[in-house]
Design a protein around this ligand. Structure first.
Ligand SMILES: *[C@@H]1O[C@H](CO)[C@@H](O)[C@H](O)[C@H]1NC(C)=O
Ligand SMILES: *[C@@H]1O[C@H](CO)[C@@H](O)[C@H](O)[C@H]1NC(C)=O
Ligand SMILES: [Cu+2]
Length: 458
């Protein structure tokens, strides 16, 4: 196993970092069949849809596009297994992503003069005893827009796995709200108008009894093993794109339930940040939490993750030649609960996202563009490349708001085991321009909804 691991690491590094992208097809197919025979001996994961496809994409410089294909989830899962992931162990995909894929970038020590890592703010809720705490994570160093990563993306810190992250409390507390942000080292907001994107972040909680229902039926789930956990020992509890949607449950009418955080729980995140400036940048990713001490409420709040590309990278390539398309995901509910609200995430080009139950609309979340100045693309700095993997350029309006469904805009307030929930993500590039790869093809898109449910305590 150790030998294969070294081989794969060496192969991946060698192919993606050293092999010129203009390598011809015959050479690259030679290399991948050689790798296939090396990896293939006794390893079913190297067969079609497995690691060889991934390495072939890497050799031909097409890894970025490959990540948005449906089979990429199987390939990445096979790669994770090859690096030692099992039902109970995360294996080496996380360390590989941190140190090989994002070599030289990621977390750095906070330079002298940086703002504090944690601040207690005025409470955002009127729940007795509640506090609002902002935790700054990182700082993270993001490559300049002139530097290309293994995926062929410019200026990207790509799904950087950050483990052992600070929690809003060390002992027991109850989370009642969350939102994410991006800041300069001095604590000033950082956004698109200065070329910095909170491309996305996913927060995981890893601890006894934690489980992520939609991915728990898989031995190995890519996002979970990437942060050093498994889908049977951890759960995704929050996510945000650059729209930075705020979810404060007391504002949705829930003041007597929350997510019960325990002493043994550990936080981790996938952090993807983009920089459109021609020099490296350093930023904090922030999480603002509303909490109360201890576990004063009987009921729990849980998170159900809807995703049109579940348990993979969440990325989907827009169908070729189509400007309008819909992406779909179905979830067959595995437990009973009360729905309190949902937060949706689309990429530029997205119109709206709906949740339906038995053909009946439950949530219709509209997308708004450029409603705030910091969501309008900055003028390119002299000498800058076209900006990240070409996220529009000067004056382009990006997603600034995604409507949250709760209360009157949430037509169904209960989930029953065995119900089929249907998520649709609607894209229309004629209405709102999407983002493009350097080669002019549409960049991958996403369709994610995180549904917050209340589970009765006993
Ligand atoms: C904070 O840092 C950013 C980036 O270096 C800079 O543009 C901004 O002017 C600074 N703000 C303050 C108040 O110092
Ligand atoms: C949902 O799952 C249940 C088992 O929990 C199964 O009986 C049912 O047929 C499934 N429904 C659909 C529509 O797949
Ligand atoms: Cu996204």
């Amino acid at each position: 196993m150790a030998k294969i691991l070294t081989l794969v690491l060496a192969a991946s590094q060698a192919t993606a970092l050293a092999v010129p992208t203009e390598l011809n097809k015959r050479q690259s197919s030679g290399i991948s069949s050689m790798l296939g025979s090396l990896l293939g001996s006794g390893s079913s994961s190297a067969s079609s849809g497995g690691v060889v496809d991934l390495i072939t994409a890497s050799v031909t410089g097409g890894l970025g596009h490959f990540m948005g294909e449906e089979k990429a989830t199987d390939s990445l899962t096979a790669f994770a297994k090859l690096l030692g992931a099992t039902r109970t162990a995360p294996g080496g995909l996380g360390p590989w992503t941190a140190t090989t894929m994002n070599a030289g970038y990621g977390t750095i020590p906070a330079p002298a003069g940086s703002v504090e890592r944690q601040v207690t703010m005025k409470s955002r809720t009127d729940v007795p005893g509640a506090k609002t705490i902002k935790v700054r994570y990182g700082p993270y160093s993001i490559p300049s827009s002139k530097k290309k990563n293994m995926l062929g993306e410019m200026g990207m810190l790509s799904n950087f796995p950050h483990t052992n992250m600070a929690k809003p409390c060390e002992g027991d507390c109850t989370i009642m709200g969350m939102n994410a942000g991006l800041e300069y080292l001095n604590g000033t907001n950082a956004n698109i108008d200065s070329g910095l994107w909170l491309h996305h972040m996913v927060l995981f909680n890893n601890g006894p009894g934690r489980e992520d229902p939609p991915c728990a039926n898989r031995d190995v789930s890519v996002p979970h093993v990437t942060v050093g956990a498994t889908s049977h020992s951890s759960e995704r509890i929050f996510a945000s794109g650059n729209e930075r949607t705020v979810g404060v449950w007391p504002d949705w009418g829930v003041k007597d339930a929350g997510y019960k955080l325990k002493k043994e729980d550990k936080f981790a995140a996938l952090v993807e940040l983009m920089n459109e400036n021609p020099e490296d940048k350093q930023v904090w990713m922030t999480m603002t939490y509303d909490i109360v001490d201890g576990h004063p409420f009987k009921d729990d709040i849980k998170i159900i993750w809807f995703d049109v590309r579940q348990c993979g990278t969440s990325e989907v390539n827009p169908p070729k030649g189509k400007n309008q398309f819909t992406l779909n995901y179905k979830w067959n509910a595995t437990y009973d609960a009360e729905v309190i609200g949902s937060i949706e995430h689309l990429h530029d080009g997205g119109n709206r996202m709906t949740l339906e139950l038995d053909g009946k609309p439950v949530c219709d979340s509209m997308t708004e563009y450029g409603t705030k100045p910091e969501y309008i693309g900055m003028a390119a700095a002299p000498g800058a490349a076209a900006g990240g993997h070409n996220h529009g350029g000067a004056g382009m309006k990006h997603i600034s708001e995604q409507k949250v469904c709760h209360g009157p805009t949430l037509a169904q307030k209960s989930v029953k085991k065995g119900q089929l929930w249907n998520l649709n993500a609607y894209y229309d590039f004629d209405k709102n321009k999407g983002n493009a790869h350097a080669d002019g093809e549409w960049d991958e898109v996403m369709g994610i909804a995180i549904m917050f449910v209340r589970v009765k305590g006993t």
